[in-house]
Design a protein around this ligand. Structure first.
Ligand code: HEC
Ligand code: HEC
Length: 157
């Protein structure tokens, strides 16, 4: 329960400071002079700052560090991650999830060209993931169970 509150607070803090800083536990993003190498869903000319905040959102939403999606450098004498590498399946799934999330927003939240285009960013990674990398129905059901138990315990008789 504690962890979940922290996750929620972090996510809100993240949204507020969007772009200002990143959840960057161990790695830093430095944009190579000739640009990022392997962007397929994000804009190819994205700034370092904007990419930083997208990656921070991924980490907080899933409760993971960069290495959940990014593989180690092939050359094991070098430290750190090879961000352009597509070796890890999780990175490809994240691309798929990114496209899915954008489609949900565009298709269902701009229904009949909403007069509130700001609602287009309604669904974000955190909407489903809530700080968990695998947000299947079991995760939600177990949380509903514990909320229900707490409710029955605290209810005045
Ligand atoms: C949930 C998965 C996920 C996590 C966690 C994640 N990334 Fe990424 N990252 C991606 C995906 C997917 C792309 C490619 C996006 C695209 O294809 O447009 C990417 C691309 C990048 C790139 C651009 C590489 C290039 O040259 O093409 C950098 C740099 C990067 N990430 C840094 C980070 C850092 C630093 C962290 C930790 C703070 C991090 N990422 C955490 C999924 C992730
Ligand atoms: C509509 C709900 C929903 C949204 C929004 C969503 N996800 Fe997911 N995600 C899931 C579910 C459910 C799973 C587990 C089942 C699966 O892998 O298909 C999952 C699995 C994943 C996995 C694989 C985790 C593992 O353990 O292998 C990654 C990586 C991921 N999501 C990244 C993201 C990112 C990044 C975003 C935001 C761009 C995002 N997801 C948005 C529902 C969602």
């Amino acid at each position: 329960m504690k962890k979940w509150h922290l996750g929620a607070i972090l996510a809100i803090a993240f949204v507020i400071t969007l772009g200002a800083s990143s959840n960057n536990p161990s790695e830093s993003i430095a944009k190579p002079e000739d640009g990022f190498k392997n962007l397929k869903v994000l804009p190819k000319d994205i700034s370092e700052k904007a990419l930083d905040s997208v990656m921070g959102e991924f980490c907080i939403s899933l409760g993971v560090h960069c290495n959940f999606c990014h593989a180690r450098k092939e050359d094991t004498t070098q430290r750190g991650l090879d961000f352009a590498s597509d070796k890890k399946m999780e990175k490809e799934i994240a691309r798929h999830m990114y496209t899915m999330t954008a489609n949900i927003n565009n298709t269902f939240f701009n229904w009949k060209s909403s007069t509130h285009p700001d609602t287009i960013h309604t669904v974000v990674c955190y909407t489903c993931h809530r700080g968990d990398k695998f947000p299947d129905s079991k995760m939600f059901l177990s949380r509903i169970d514990s909320i229900e138990q707490a409710y029955h315990k605290n209810r005045p008789h």
